[in-house]
Design a protein around this ligand. Structure first.
Ligand SMILES: Cc1cc2nc3c(=O)[nH]c(=O)nc-3n(C[C@H](O)[C@H](O)[C@H](O)COP(=O)(O)O)c2cc1C
Ligand SMILES: CCCCC(=O)C(=O)O
Length: 378
């Protein structure tokens, strides 16, 4: 039985092909950023308030017009059928049950229209968003956007940190470059005559620039979030080019290795956008306390990537449902312990960077023996 988010990973590792475990767990190069994301949460401390809570806590959010019952989104992850036969259909049913926003990957193994139909069939009002890699062929990109719009997606998440494919050295060593026979990137099927949904159809393009974002703004009315902006100057440019939000993400450490943990960048990015657009953060979120830290510092919501893949592999729809319930319970528990009656009570004063320096007292000169009070006071 899984009692923590990490337990799902352990259970999934027992079930999955080790090559697929490496695909999910792995990152770029030395995986320094992969480790940094989780470690950053551990370094921050919470400083709770007392005697001001409430019997129930409000976890609802509205993000760019999409309502959700918890501030945890399912970040886009490719290839769900690789780990569970129903793939994204199982994931979206669980997300809908939890009232969580799912961001379907452009590289999903179920077509976005079918994912949306499965969500609607649950009678939940949970929203589906679509992640897009802008393709240098703009007609193809427009056709993809149309598929997302027709499916009823309520926002687009444009991944901008992938001018080239991340260097997953585990995948290279394992020779994992492709989906196994029978699985396809369903959103890419027949975009052009006869295209069969091959992973290699996805162009990671170093030619992309801000004009592509301007162009995209012109072809859709959907809110557009940029995923993978890390430099504060780019955050300012994103606002100027009409982005409606940012998903502050280093792709779970899968693109450029040695970039900072997203949590460490959050204050700078918030300062750069100065409240003009919401910031969602992903990377290393594994605990209710992690969610609280990110939100207290000013994120509007967080996303989870690998935990969803592990839970899906462990137990399909039921696994992802339990993962989301677990995170919701931990979040609720943390809010109660922080004296918060809802997400609005999460303020930056609840978070501390540890101050290792001793509290200042009477200073004693180096070399003096303070036990005898003989040193000069400086
Ligand atoms: C197996 C896997 C597949 C992913 N696929 C995509 C993708 O298709 N598009 C995308 O923008 N990000 C993708 N990501 C990155 C996630 O959206 C997210 O940024 C990252 O996983 C968050 O970090 P976490 O795994 O520590 O929660 C993928 C990540 C993983 C682990
Ligand atoms: C072509 C699929 C890209 C998936 C991805 O973004 C990742 O594995 O991190």
């Amino acid at each position: 039985m899984q009692h923590t988010v990490h337990d799902f990973e352990a259970a999934a590792r027992d079930k999955l092909d080790p090559v697929h475990v490496d695909f999910i767990a792995g990152g770029a190069r030395d995986e320094i950023t992969v480790r940094a994301n989780e470690a950053a949460f551990g370094r921050l401390q919470l400083l709770p308030r007392v005697l001001r809570g409430s019997a129930v806590r409000d976890l609802d959010i509205t993000l760019l017009g999409s309502r959700a019952r918890m501030p945890v989104l399912l970040s886009p992850t490719a290839f769900h059928k690789l780990v569970y036969p129903e793939g994204e259909l199982a994931t979206v049913r669980a997300a809908a049950a939890a009232g969580a926003i799912m961001i379907a990957s452009m590289a999903s193994t179920v077509a976005v229209g079918e994912i949306a139909d499965a969500a609607r069939a649950t009678d939940s009002d949970a929203q589906l968003w679509f992640q897009l890699y802008i393709q240098p062929d703009l007609e193809i990109t427009e056709a993809l956007v149309r598929r997302a719009v027709d499916a009823g997606c309520t926002a687009l998440v444009v991944t901008v940190d992938s001018p080239v494919l991340g260097a997953g050295e585990r995948n290279r060593r394992n020779g994992f470059h492709d989906l196994p026979p029978g699985l396809r990137c369903e959103n890419l099927v027949d975009l052009r005559d006869g295209e069969r949904g091959h992973v290699r159809q996805i162009a990671m393009s170093p030619e992309l620039n801000w004009e592509h974002i301007d162009w995209l703004r012109g072809v859709t009315e959907l809110p557009v979030l940029l995923k993978g902006v890390l430099h504060p100057e780019d955050a300012r440019l994103a606002v100027r080019h009409g982005a409606d939000g940012l998903l502050l993400s280093n792709h779970g450490g899968r693109q450029l290795d040695t970039v900072p943990a997203t949590l460490e960048l959050l204050p700078e990015i918030l300062a750069a956008v100065a409240g003009r657009i919401p910031i969602v953060l992903d990377g290393g979120v594994r605990r209710g306390t992690d969610v609280v830290k990110a939100l207290a510092l000013g994120a509007s919501a967080v996303g989870i990537g690998r935990p969803v893949m592990w839970a899906l592999a462990q137990g399909g729809e039921e696994g992802v449902r339990r993962l989301l319930e677990l995170l919701r319970d931990e979040l609720d528990d943390t809010l109660a312990l922080c004296g918060a009656s809802g997400l609005a009570d999460l303020t930056p004063d609840l978070v501390r960077v540890p101050a290792w320096a001793p509290v200042p007292g009477p200073a004693v000169a180096p070399g003096s023996d303070h036990r005898f009070g003989g040193g000069a006071v400086v």
